[in-house]
Structure formats: structure tokens, C-alpha cells
Design a protein around this ligand. Structure first.
Ligand code: TA6
Length: 290
């Protein structure tokens, strides 16, 4: 469906409208008393969310991002499924799975209690995915995964969220202190650090455990973001730092200073195992704390 058809079928007054982005992609635009937000049908991708209570976006979006089918959008909330990072056996497969670079189908839109809610759908590798998003003073994302195969299947999933921050060297992340992690750079398992995470170099860690609540403290902006996950057994923390940023075509050399990824996931030995016709959900809620 093009923007006009989506507008006819799913537009909601001034709260939700559809436009054609300069790239040619169709974009949903949310504007309410509680927040501004944007999403693309490409990848089922939330690209912007800013509650009216805060002067900065909560989600980071690279100024050099691609916006084209077959390519991921650099920022917002990429949906990684049914594998995380490189394919485990086939290097010809795209990083982070099959669904972040293809168009999803919009099924529903509604507004209730000041929150705009949408449902987008995708079918990939014998799994049916439904992404349910609530755009309000809180951002709610739920990914429902149904196994349509006749056998139990394992899969990895990650809501690969990019957060917009004021200054990376002043960031602290609380909530993962007691959880051991796999360092993706050294391929080593590391013990819990018993202290907040701070960034001083390229950081790429898979924390394998359930985190009750994660707090991202953006000291430069005197703002904290709460991350409350549901049915997530992994959390990935990533910042590319200087050298990797230079190697990324769709990311500015200095943009590592204004972002970090905290990804709600279930990956590696904490992958999901889903029986035939069973549905499993992973969900997360973001809020700005004063
Ligand atoms: O989630 C961290 C990570 O796996 C990093 O290793 C880095 O590759 C990042 O994802 C971005 O991956 P992408 O395929 O979007 O460039």
C-alpha cells in the first residue's frame, strides 16, 4: 500500500498520518499531546519517539542511515529475527536475520487514552511475527512470534534499540551489575562487574540473564531512560566507538558519542524454543525519568 492508501485505511485525524519519506519509503507519523513518533513499514521499524515532556529524542537515528528495501535503517528499533548478528552457519545470509530489511504489513491502528497503537505483521522462515507498538508517554513494543512449522524450532530475537544521548563518556547503565556477559569482541565469558556500565572503548556485550529494570543515565542531559523488559533473557550493550564507526558507511564517524544500544533480546544459549503453533512474545517499555 502507498501512503495515500495507508492514510485512507489507517490514518487517525492528526494523531496518525502517512507520508512518503524523501527516500520513497512510506512513513507513519504520530503527533499527539503525549509524544511525537515515526515508523517505517520497512522492517516494522520505529525510527523516532520523543515524549512531549523531554526536549530530545529518546531514539537515535543516524544522519547517514540508508532508507531502502534490502538495507537496514541505522537507528531506532531494528527487529532482529530469527538470528542475532551473523548467521550461525551461512555467511551469505544478512546480519541480524531476515525481517529488518523487508516491508511489513500494517494490520491495525487505533488511539486510546492518548496512546496511538499499531500492529504490523511479517512472515519469515515459517514464523509469523506481529509487532504491537504503543506510542504514548511510554513507548511499548511487543513482538509476538508464532511457530507455523510442524516441529519445535529455536530462534533468536533482539529489539536492537538505539538510544540518543548527550555524551557517551558521561553515560552510566544500571541494572546489569550482577549478570555475567559474553564479550563479543574477545569472545570470552566475563563475570558480573557489580557496578554500572560505562563506555570508554568499543563495547559489544551479551548479558545472559533476566534484568528486572535497566536505567540508562544520560548525565549530560540530566535525563534517565527506564527499560522494562518482559520475557527477555539476554541484553546486548553496544557502542562502536571510534574505529568501528569509521568503518560503518551508514553511520557518522562522530555519532558514537551520541548513542548507545541497549537491546532487549533472547539469544545464543538463551534463544527461544517454540513448539508448533505456539506463540511466544518478547516485550519492552521505555519511559523518560525526570
Ligand atoms: O548488537 C551489537 C551488534 O551485533 C554489533 O556487533 C554490531 O554489528 C551491531 O550489532 C550492528 O550490526 P549491523 O548489522 O546493524 O551493522
Amino acid at each position: 500500500m502507498d501512503a495515500h492508501q495507508l492514510q485512507q485505511s489507517f490514518g487517525i485525524d492528526s494523531a496518525l498520518r502517512f507520508e512518503t519519506h524523501p527516500s520513497g519509503l512510506v512513513q507513519g507519523i504520530v503527533q499527539t499531546e503525549s509524544c511525537d513518533a515515526r515508523f517505517f513499514l520497512l522492517g516494522g521499524h520505529v525510527s523516532h519517539w520523543q515524549p512531549t515532556s523531554t526536549p530530545w529524542p529518546v531514539l537515535f537515528l543516524s544522519e547517514q542511515s540508508s532508507f531502502a528495501e534490502g538495507k537496514p535503517i541505522r537507528g531506532g528499533i531494528p527487529l532482529c529475527f530469527p538470528w542475532f548478528s551473523a548467521h550461525p552457519t551461512d555467511p551469505s545470509q544478512p546480519a541480524h536475520g531476515l525481517v529488518r530489511q523487508v516491508p511489513w504489513t500494517l494490520l491495525e491502528s487505533q488511539v486510546a487514552d492518548g496512546t496511538v497503537r499499531i500492529v504490523m505483521e511479517q512472515f519469515a522462515d515459517e514464523f509469523l511475527l506481529r509487532c504491537k507498538i504503543g506510542f504514548g508517554t511510554i513507548l511499548e513494543v511487543e513482538l509476538d512470534i508464532t511457530n507455523r512449522a510442524l516441529r519445535t524450532r529455536d530462534c533468536e530475537v533482539a529489539l536492537h534499540t538505539y538510544f540518543d544521548i548527550g555524551a557517551i563518556e558521561k553515560v552510566a547503565i544500571e541494572g546489569l551489575e550482577e549478570i555475567p556477559y559474553l564479550d563479543q569482541l574477545t569472545r570470552t565469558v566475563c563475570p558480573a562487574e557489580h557496578g554500572p556500565i560505562r563506555f570508554t572503548r568499543e563495547t559489544d556485550r551479551i548479558y545472559q540473564g533476566v534484568a528486572e529494570r535497566i536505567l540508562l543515565h544520560d548525565v549530560e542531559r540530566n535525563r534517565s531512560i527506564s527499560i522494562d523488559a518482559g520475557n527477555s533473557h539476554s541484553t546486548i550493550v553496544w557502542n562502536p566507538w571510534i574505529e568501528k564507526s569509521k568503518r560503518m558507511q551508514d553511520f557518522g564517524d562522530e555519532e558514537f558519542q551520541r548513542m548507545c544500544c541497549i537491546e532487549t533480546a533472547s539469544v545464543r544459549d538463551h534463544s527461544m524454543s517454540i513448539a508448533p503453533n505456539e506463540t511466544t512474545a518478547i516485550r519492552v517499555r521505555y519511559a523518560v525519568c525526570p
